[in-house]
Design a protein around this ligand. Structure first.
Ligand code: BGP
Length: 483
């Protein structure tokens, strides 16, 4: 058997994309509650307040808030060993800065964890998956302010204490490297862009943000918040394991021209490796010095920050993996879209309907690279295919395209383990259909379970296991041997 016997097979979701119940149980507004649904060519709208006549996908999402028992039962039926989910900060501290937590919010997650344990499912909790309380974004400019570090750490400590007997695995920030990009400035760092507000459109580009100085300072605050959380997690329960979570968009040189090879290395360092190096190795890598200098970035650090980073190294490296991109110094090449950012088209790869390049071999390559670099357990906490599934006449969803995508990636993981990488788990994105993070659509489905919910707000939320549900069940039952 190639996969270790305690391998964490499962699926992932995020609170803002699945829960709904956006004001239920005393929850406060989050930055996600303020942007409307969109589509691949349809911008999402943003007024900085809620317009009752518009459709906001996070408000009801797929109503996990009320369906969690049924959903977790289905996860149990698939044989999940692990369910990666997130706690919504604003369910616990509605404005982000109360002195006491909201008991109803804690009770909701308590019930969710109990349900997981009933089926032998280990919860893995992301503390912040793109849904900062709206109040913190408006009042403090999100992580731009050092004050938000304290507020985040207070929240993290509160939930880690409260659930210390129920949760072993924690992730601090989802795709922390996203903060470098223009899109991530809002979702990850909590910056409200005056230009977006003025044109009433949430339309950030998938490029590096122009205001890198402010962004890097905010990311520094996140790194400090994350390191303090890791330290606290170990003090609260020495069995706790905390991971970083990086969106790893592996970069290949488009050609073997040495300039393209260097360009791929440059992009890989800035976009992928930088955040992981800080969180795993406990300090800023030297290759960033030059880039900081060239971009006029001088971080404001407090005395003791270096020590905090050193003492707050993560226990495992987790990442999302959807695709690879090509890097080149040439400008006249065809581009493709992507998860967080695009790149040059790879002529050897097919793309999904949303233009993301599918590359299972790239996962093997990435796992090997990461293992060689860090030598700590690796976990793929997101991987999957967004597709517009259809309920067929027989009432079922025949998503063989998704099965083939997942098969390829499970097989790649197996090869990487044989190559010598230590991989501790795999939670596919997504456990159940959820609202898409990028476009805010329901049409872009990833789940093993179909949800009757559509982009015009119709649907009765009933659940239907897809063909991939039964495929994954067999895969898990055989510990990855039958795929
Ligand atoms: C990652 C996010 C997820 C998820 C996924 C798929 O960046 O962590 O929240 O949604 O991408 O992206 P999308 O939903 O835009 O297709």
């Amino acid at each position: 058997m190639v996969f270790p016997k305690d391998f964490l097979w499962g699926g992932a979701t995020a609170a803002n994309q699945c829960e709904g119940g956006y004001l239920d149980g005393g929850k406060g507004l989050t930055i996600q509650d303020m942007i409307t649904g969109g589509g691949i060519d349809k911008p999402r709208l943003f007024w900085g307040k809620i317009d009752e006549s518009a459709f906001y996908p996070s408000h009801e999402a797929v109503d996990f808030y009320h369906y969690y028992k049924e959903d977790i039962r289905l996860f149990g039926e698939m044989g999940f060993k692990c369910y990666r989910m997130s706690i919504s900060w604003a369910r616990i501290f509605p404005q982000g800065e109360e002195k006491e937590p909201n008991e109803e919010g804690l009770a909701f997650y308590e019930a969710v964890f109990e349900e997981c344990h009933k089926y032998g499912i280990e919860p893995m909790v992301t503390l912040n998956h793109f849904d900062m309380p709206w109040n913190l974004a408006v009042k403090y400019g999100g992580f731009g302010s050092r004050k938000v570090v304290d507020l985040f750490v207070a929240y993290a400590k509160c939930v880690m204490e409260h659930f210390k007997d129920k949760v072993r695995y924690w992730l601090t920030f989802n795709e922390i490297n996203f903060g470098l990009l223009e899109m991530g400035a809002y979702k990850s760092l909590g910056f409200v862009d005056e230009e977006d507000l003025a044109r009433k459109e949430f339309a950030p580009k998938d490029t590096l943000k122009k205001d890198l100085k402010v962004q890097l300072q905010a990311m520094h605050h996140q790194f400090i918040a994350s390191a303090l959380t890791v330290k606290a997690a170990h003090e609260i329960n020495k069995e706790n394991k905390v991971g970083c979570m990086i969106s790893h968009i592996t970069q290949y040189p488009l050609t073997c021209h040495p300039k393209d090879v260097l360009e791929a290395q440059r992009k890989d360092r800035i976009l992928n490796k930088f955040s992981g190096d800080v969180m795993v190795l406990g300090g800023y890598p030297s290759y960033m010095n030059r880039w900081f200098e060239e971009n006029g970035i001088i971080l404001k650090k407090e005395p003791g920050d270096e020590k905090i980073l050193k003492e707050g190294c993560v226990d495992f490296y987790s990442f999302s993996y959807y695709m690879t991109n090509c890097a080149t110094v040439r400008e006249d090449v065809e581009q493709v879209k992507g998860n967080l950012m695009g790149g040059a088209r790879n002529p050897y790869l097919e793309t999904s309907e949303w233009g993301w390049q599918i590359d299972s071999d790239g996962l093997r390559y990435t796992l090997n690279e990461l293992w060689d670099r860090y030598h700590i357990p690796l976990m793929i906490v997101e991987n999957g295919l967004g597709a517009p599934d259809k309920v067929e006449e027989d009432g079922r969803i025949h998503d063989d395209y998704r099965i083939s995508y997942l098969k390829g990636h499970v097989d790649a993981m197996k090869e990487a383990i044989l190559d010598g990488a230590q991989v501790m788990g795999y939670t596919a994105w997504s456990a159940i259909d959820v609202v898409s993070s990028g476009t805010g659509e329901m049409k872009k489905r990833y789940g093993f379970i179909y949800v009757d919910r559509y982009d015009d707000g119709t649907g009765d939320f009933h659940r239907i296991p897809k063909d991939s549900f039964y495929w994954y069940k067999k895969c898990i039952a055989s510990n990855g041997e039958v795929i």
